[in-house]
Design a binder for this molecule. Structure first.
Ligand code: ADP
Ligand code: MG
Ligand code: ZN
Length: 605
């Protein structure tokens, strides 16, 4: 094990630098301070100087004589000479009056003492200083650097996570898949008896904020076993060689504490495909990954160590990680559906004071596509708003407002919008709403507002689906595009001019039309031919074309045709309902925010 060596490397560098400085000072700076100017002369010169009376002080050493001579100007100078076998010398010096016997040159030290004073003591001082510095530094950094120079890499251990499955709402399939692991951790012997080998690792896969970390903790909590966790990004942020050492240490500690859970968050940061890209610094990552693979192969699952890992980009993982005997179980953790969202809202509402007749279902319906983390955030924003408004508990409107905060950004207080602009925005939004409502397959509006948001949206028509649907028909897709064009259509129809307010609508409409043509097989010319593929499906979903340039231009033509037809249809709908458009727009300018019910009442009256 070269654990120690690996870990100490960085600190050794610092000491080496300090040592170099000490040597430099010793060799070039101190000698000039230490040695006074001493001239060496022969014995005859010494005797001459004694005779002519210029010698004032003499020191007789073992094999040398040092003496001080004062010249005419009274300036003192030190001389040394070799000691001759001259028994008469002392008497001769005594006979000369005024010569003092005293120390002239500082005693020359023994080689050992010399070594100690000029090497060992300074080095000891610097090592001591260095040690004190690292200690105080690591204290300031909350103990994070204790791993520095010691063999123990930092892992986070929780003896009890304090989380259970009741903290995780929805995600029933994931819970079921993890149930077996909990069983195993409870009683490894039972599995061993039958001869079943447990999977060593399970990979939690899903978009950010869906509760992967939470689930891993809940598994440890349910099984009442210690929870070792480390995040993939931490493996690579430290010094070279640390990552592999940490992996080793993590597994060593886990083996000692078995049964337990080892959780590696964001495993994609170290588990990326090894052949992809030749960026500098990959070596470190690769080394860490290799160590992880080695450790996973090296330990037997019998002891009851289960490795969980989480990622939101499973497609980028190295195939070696997904091989049987490693992370061979894959547990999808998807965005919550309507029921799941309602459950998540309720779980988080338990932590705050909330009005008893709050309608969670309507909030859940308004937050289609939100992740668990976003829903938790909505509850928290609602509580903050309640405090701001001086209430002691959260009410429905707090929740409704915070949905918009999380979805559309904070209300832009004090933003100045001219009455004319306000009118245009109102017509634009009502345009969307009428077009949506007049198409049978479109979802009815829930709320229309022209209160601007910090996100940049000037107004906003919120549509809420009655029920969750997983399939979209071609008609529904087209009708959606018609609705997107409804805002601009109203502006054209009423003001005879167009504004920049439709930028987002244009983007959305184009995206959907493109999707219909390239991926959903809803086009005239391409039948069921796939023209685009998705990469990174959990992170935004980047699209890449898989067709010739010729086809690409045909795709563009089709997209244009779809949007043009939709735009025409929107104008037709609004022309037929021009009175309602005026009436509703005036109403919205007055109120700024109207509900779906109000809207429908006016529209159908
Ligand atoms: P991930 O690791 O998938 O990115 P997290 O587990 O860190 O997501 O979730 C972030 C937070 O979101 C959690 O701490 C929790 O408060 C909330 N959350 C996410 N999903 C759920 C869920 N299914 N039930 C309850 N809370 C959830
Ligand atoms: Mg996480
Ligand atoms: Zn619009």
């Amino acid at each position: 094990m070269n654990n120690n060596k690996n870990n100490k490397k960085p600190i050794i560098y610092y000491y080496a630098i300090i040592l170099a400085i000490v040597m430099f000072l010793n060799a070039f700076v101190f000698p000039q301070i230490n040695s006074k100017n001493i001239t060496e002369v022969d014995y005859g010169t010494f005797l001459d100087k004694v005779e002519n009376g210029s010698v004032k002080t003499v020191e007789v050493q073992d094999n040398k004589i040092a003496f001080i001579v004062t010249d005419e100007k009274g300036k003192e100078k030190i001389y040394v000479t070799g000691k001759m076998d001259d028994p008469d010398l002392i008497n001769r010096l005594y006979s000369k009056k005024g010569i003092v016997f005293s120390q002239v040159v500082p005693k020359e030290n023994s080689p050992l003492a010399n070594l100690i004073t000029s090497w060992i003591i300074p080095i000891a001082i610097f090592f001591g200083l260095g040690h004190i510095l690292t200690n105080s530094m690591s204290k300031r950094m909350g103990g994070r650097m204790t791993s520095f120079g010691k063999s123990t890499a930092k892992v986070y251990v929780e003896d009890q996570t304090g989380k259970t499955f009741s903290d995780v709402a929805g995600q029933d399939e994931a819970k079921e898949a993890l149930g077996e692991i909990i069983d195993f951790l409870h009683n490894p012997a039972k599995f061993k008896e039958i001869g079943a080998t447990m999977p060593k690792g399970a990979l939690l896969v899903g978009p950010p904020g869906t509760g992967k970390t939470l689930l891993a903790k809940a598994v440890a909590g349910e099984a009442k076993v210690p929870f070792f966790s480390i995040s993939g990004s931490e493996f690579v942020e430290m010094f070279v060689g640390m990552g592999a050492a940490r992996v080793r240490d993590l597994f060593k500690q886990a083996q000692e504490k078995a049964p337990c859970i080892v959780f590696i968050d964001e495993i994609d940061t170290i588990g990326k495909k090894r052949d992809s890209g030749g960026l500098a610094g990959n070596d470190e990552r690769e080394q860490t990954l290799n160590q992880l693979l080695t450790e996973m192969d090296g330990f037997s699952g019998e002891k009851g160590v289960v490795i969980l890992a989480a990622t939101n980009r499973p497609d980028s993982l190295d195939k070696a990680l997904l091989r049987p005997g490693r992370f061979d179980r894959r547990i999808p953790v998807e965005l919550p559906d309507l029921v799941g969202r309602e459950a998540i809202l309720k779980v988080h509402a338990k932590n705050i004071k909330i009005d008893s007749n709050v309608d969670f279902n309507s909030i859940a319906r308004a937050t289609s596509g939100a992740s668990g983390a976003e829903l938790a955030n909505i509850i928290n924003e609602a509580a903050l708003r309640a405090v701001r408004c001086g209430r002691s508990y959260v009410i429905q409107s707090d929740l409704e407002e915070s949905v918009e905060v999380v979805i559309a950004g904070y209300q832009r207080k004090g933003a100045v919008i001219s009455p004319k602009e306000k009118e245009v925005i109102a017509y634009h939004e009502i345009g969307h709403a009428i077009v949506a409502a007049k198409q049978t397959d479109s979802a009815p509006v829930h709320k229309i507002t022209i209160v601007p948001r910090t996100s940049g949206a000037l107004g906003y028509t919120m549509q809420v689906a009655e029920k969750e649907s997983v399939l979209m028909t071609k008609e529904e897709a087209f009708n959606k595009i018609v609705t997107y064009t409804g805002g601009r259509a109203a502006e054209e129809l009423v003001f005879g001019t167009i504004t920049s307010g439709a930028a987002n609508d244009i983007e959305q409409a184009t995206k959907l039309a493109r999707m219909m043509v390239t991926r959903l097989g809803m086009s005239k010319n391409f039948d069921m031919m796939a023209l685009e593929t998705v990469t990174n499906q959990y992170l935004g979903g980047d699209m890449s074309l898989i067709c010739s340039a010729e086809t690409a231009s045909k795709i563009d033509e089709e997209i244009l045709e779809i949007i043009k037809t939709a735009h025409g249809k929107a104008i037709e709908i609004l022309k037929e309902n021009i009175d309602k458009l005026h009436e509703l727009s005036r109403y919205l300018v007055e109120r700024e925010t109207i509900t779906g019910d109000e809207f429908m009442r006016v529209l159908t009256s």
